[in-house]
Design a protein around this ligand. Structure first.
Ligand SMILES: O=C(CO)[C@@H](O)[C@H](O)COP(=O)(O)O
Ligand SMILES: [Fe+2]
Length: 217
């Protein structure tokens, strides 16, 4: 089984204590930092742009995992990589011309970067099948994107299991990342199903960051 990586989502950070919480995150044992970008259109919420990512990049050596929930992921891809993204994950649903999904993945690899594709809970898992060999990260949303603190959708486990099966059959060891409602209990379920990167926002920042990360690993 692959090593489990924890990706705390800074969406749930206390922004009045950013410096302290980023330091705690750096020392927590987490390897990735999950950065949720929302445009108020693809999802009904607004968050951060590339300049804020630059700030986190300066303050942390963690792997910067950018998850964009925006209508024009192609336009912003280079900007986020330039700002310090190590991985850029965009939504399948946001790209109307599906041929672009392929060219975006190729472009990221030309830059030597990691790239991911995500689907919402209602999007059939089969929609990822044409792209198995193209992406480093497959991000399965286990809540409706837009907000932290929601309840994990249990049907996500079967979707992860199906996807891990396809990747194994194809001899691919790509990451399966799961995002939404992850806590010590749901972490066990998704790990058993085949996920190896666990995003956790409210669970990590609501309590002691280091202890919460340990309990998920
Ligand atoms: O992408 C998103 C929400 O759209 C997430 O990354 C959330 O930030 C996860 O928060 P929790 O469900 O863990 O509180
Ligand atoms: Fe996310």
């Amino acid at each position: 089984m692959k090593q489990t990586l924890i990706a705390p989502s800074v969406l749930s950070m206390d922004y009045s204590r950013m410096e302290q919480e980023t330091r705690e995150l750096n020392e927590s044992g987490a390897k990735w930092l999950h950065f949720d970008v929302m445009d108020g259109s693809f999802v009904p919420n607004l968050t951060f742009g590339p300049d804020i990512l630059k700030g986190f990049r300066k303050a942390s050596d963690l792997f910067m995992d950018v998850h964009v929930m925006i209508n024009d992921p192609e336009f912003f891809m280079d900007r986020f990589y330039e700002a310090g993204a190590d991985n850029y994950t965009f939504h399948e649903e946001a790209v109307k011309d599906k041929a672009k999904i392929v060219t975006m993945a190729e472009h990221a690899h030309e830059l030597g970067k990691s790239v991911g594709i995500s689907i919402k809970p209602a999007t059939p898992i089969e929609y990822l099948k044409p792209y198995l060999s193209l992406f480093d990260v497959f991000l399965i949303m286990s809540v409706e994107p837009g907000f932290g603190g929601q309840k994990f959708k249990p049907e996500s486990a079967d979707r992860i299991r199906t996807l891990r099966g396809w990747l194994d059959e194809a001899g691919l060891s790509s990451h399966i990342e799961v995002d939404g409602g992850i806590n010590a209990e749901t972490a066990k379920i998704v790990k058993e199903a085949g996920a190896d990167v666990l995003v956790a926002g409210s669970y990590v920042f609501r309590s002691n960051i280091r202890e919460a990360v340990k309990s998920l690993e």
